[in-house]
Design a protein around this ligand. Structure first.
Ligand code: DLL
Length: 433
């Protein structure tokens, strides 16, 4: 079994803890002296960099959340001068503004390293053609896989997302062997192969590296059968680095976390207490080598559990269970993260409608759909059908230009959506993961 960096991936636990402690201490110094936000927060809690002597001391430190990133938009959490930043990415924030992340040259090297580990643990090597159908751009999927693929010496095909016919054509012509995209797009491609009567034997695919959204074991089985490949789960989030935070090996039994770069904890999302090994809860990361945007105890909102047991692949890195839920209301639609609050703030700016709405997520022909039902203002509802059509189109355009995905809009009469006394149910997710 190939391992990209056996020194770190198969390290004795005691040695790993020693390295983590040193790196955690360096990180505490870095944020204390370079990020006023962290210095203030630590001082308020009566803490300094020296308060961390062991990894367990981390529990004394305050958490960082998406809201903190938003409050410091765009660059105030960066721990280096902008002249040291060589790349910027961004992902959805909870309202309006995106969450911005910055990388130094060394961060890009780290990212390529963890992506090289990801691809190697999936079974890829320099002889592979890696077909990257994750989006390139502010999203970290495309470029993350790209740099990792180049690092292992494979031939990277930067197709990016969309245009399924062309994807299939290139896959056949170039002989793509590793497919990198979201699991739902992999299923969509599988269907398209059948529909276009493409002989599977003309394709050389053997492995898929899928992530950026939750997917079940059932989906894995379906993808593996339809595409006749091994489907590997890869996990990450922009705030921490992008893809490359954790990934499955070919045992397909938990995702190895690159603990020498990202220190994990599991907390109870309600009490915020750290949970003992094996208990399910919310995953929290502290980056321990990042320079551009180091984060202390970042709440991912992803729910999982950790296993420290030995993996037959030889890696000693802790494994996290496949992530299937979140402790907030973030939705992932065709790989794009969105929060109901973002949609709400767009709707609130339009006087013709009431802020009563419901979002319905579904999966039709293996593609995620999102429908918005929204109540029209009483006065406006008396208008001509053509005016209502124009309004519907306007809402749809506003949403698409801000969120980057198309959302089907349905206008409904005033007072038709169910009201609730407590927290209203804004989202109905009909997808079966
Ligand atoms: O989705 C990074 C990524 C790109 C991961 C390509 C894997 C492959 P964000 O857009 O910031 O970053 O979204 C991060 O997506 O907090 C999870 O909720 C979800 N997520 C990512 N990977 C998985 C996975 C990228 N394998 C958010 N399983 C995370 C379940 C996942 N959820």
């Amino acid at each position: 079994m190939n391992i990209w960096n056996a020194h770190f991936e198969c390290m004795e636990l005691s040695e790993l803890r020693r390295i983590q402690t040193t790196r955690l201490q360096e990180t505490m110094e870095r944020v204390y002296f370079n990020v006023p936000y962290y210095r203030n927060k630590m001082q308020e809690a009566g803490l300094g960099p020296e308060s961390l002597q062991h990894p367990e001391d981390l529990q004394k430190f305050p958490f960082t959340t998406k809201q903190d990133l938003r409050d410091n938009y765009p660059f105030s959490l960066f721990a280096v001068p902008i002249s040291e930043i060589v790349r910027i990415h961004a992902s959805s924030g909870t309202t309006g503004k995106p969450t911005v992340v910055g990388y130094t040259r060394r961060d890009i090297v780290t990212w390529s390293e963890v992506m090289a580990r990801t691809l190697t643990s999936a079974g890829a090597n320099r002889n592979d053609f890696i077909h990257v159908a994750y989006g390139y751009g502010l999203f970290t999927g495309g470029l993350g896989l790209h740099y990792g693929g180049e690092k292992i010496g494979a031939s990277v095909i930067p197709v990016s997302g969309g245009n399924t016919k062309r994807q299939l054509q290139l896959m056949q012509d170039f002989g793509s062997t590793v497919l990198a995209c979201t699991p739902t797009y992999a299923l969509f491609l599988a269907e398209a192969i059948e529909e276009n009567h493409i002989d599977r034997n003309t394709l050389k695919l053997h492995t898929g590296v899928f992530g950026a959204e939750p997917w079940t074991e059932n989906m894995r089985r379906e993808i593996e059968e339809k595409l006749r490949i091994r489907a590997i789960d890869i996990y990450g989030l922009s705030e921490i680095i992008g893809p490359g935070v954790a990934s499955e090996c070919i045992m397909q039994n938990g995702l190895h976390i690159n603990e020498d770069h990202f220190y994990p904890e599991i907390i109870d999302p309600d009490t915020l207490e750290v949970l003992p090994e094996g208990k399910a809860g919310e995953l929290v990361f502290t980056t321990i080598t990042k320079e551009g945007l180091p984060l202390i105890r970042y709440r991912t909102r992803d729910l999982t559990r950790l296993t420290y047991g030995k993996c037959p692949c030889g890696r000693t890195l802790v494994r996290m269970e496949k992530c299937l839920g979140r402790s907030d209301d973030m939705l992932i639609i065709r790989g794009v993260n969105l929060f109901p609050s973002q949609i709400e703030s767009i709707l609130l700016e339009m006087s013709e409608i009431k802020p009563h709405y419901q979002l319905i997520a579904d999966r039709i022909n293996n593609l995620d759909t999102l429908e918005l039902q929204v109540e029209v203002d009483e006065e406006f509802f008396q208008d001509k059908i053509s005016q209502l059509q124009t309004l519907r189109q306007k809402i749809q355009n506003n949403l698409e230009s801000t969120m980057g995905i198309s959302i089907q809009v349905h206008l409904v009469e005033p007072k038709t959506l169910a009201r609730s006394e407590g927290k209203s149910q804004r989202v109905i997710d009909k997808r079966k993961y």
